[in-house]
Design a protein around this ligand. Structure first.
Ligand SMILES: [Zn+2]
Length: 180
């Protein structure tokens, strides 16, 4: 008989924090691009999280989500949205010096300025889909000049399946008190 109780390998810290960044992107109301970010200290304690959204506390009903710059900056989201990394930095309760930044999309140059100013040590990203755009090229130059390391990582479907299995078991245990 197959032993179904064999413990599975735990998550790596990279997987754990990238999943946290992905969860934080889930909070974003941006209909086109949802980005999440988590800052972690050298002891693997989470310092801060953020996702892209309108300025905290502002009346969002007055603001547009449109991306069409032909309508003028004043009528697009670009005038008012704070990026995931910027939000995490703004709301960090303590120093980010030496921390790692997990982010679902490679930072733009504006966020790279903040990340470098905060003396973050490493950026770990999921997607680099804007790698040919100037704001990404400038961001990499900022990181290179500041000695900030950056690397991509993958979140596999296998990991997501394991997570789903875990969450379903957890829910089942909550509902049925662990009785099968
Ligand atoms: Zn940015």
């Amino acid at each position: 008989m197959e032993n179904t109780d064999t413990p599975k390998a735990p998550l790596s810290w990279d997987e754990y924090f990238m999943l946290q960044a992905m969860m934080s992107s889930f909070r974003s109301k941006d209909p086109s691009t949802k980005v999440g970010s988590v800052f972690v200290d050298k002891h693997n304690h989470q310092i801060s999280m953020g996702y892209n959204g309108f300025i905290a506390g502002i009346d969002e009903s007055q603001l547009p989500w449109t991306k069409d710059l032909d309508q003028g900056l004043v009528n697009t989201k670009y005038g008012y949205v704070v990026h995931a990394e910027a939000n995490a930095i703004l709301h960090a309760p303590r120093s980010l010096e030496g921390s790692r930044c997990y982010v679902t999309l490679f930072p733009c140059n504006e966020c790279a300025k903040l990340i470098a100013s905060k003396k973050v040590s490493e950026v770990i990203y999921l997607s680099d889909k804007h790698q040919d755009k100037e704001h990404t090229i400038v961001a990499k130059k900022i990181f290179d000049l500041s000695g900030i390391k950056y690397r991509s990582m993958e979140v596999t479907h296998k990991l997501l399946e394991r997570l789903q299995e875990h969450l379903e078991k957890l829910l089942h245990d909550v509902q049925f008190g662990g009785k099968v």
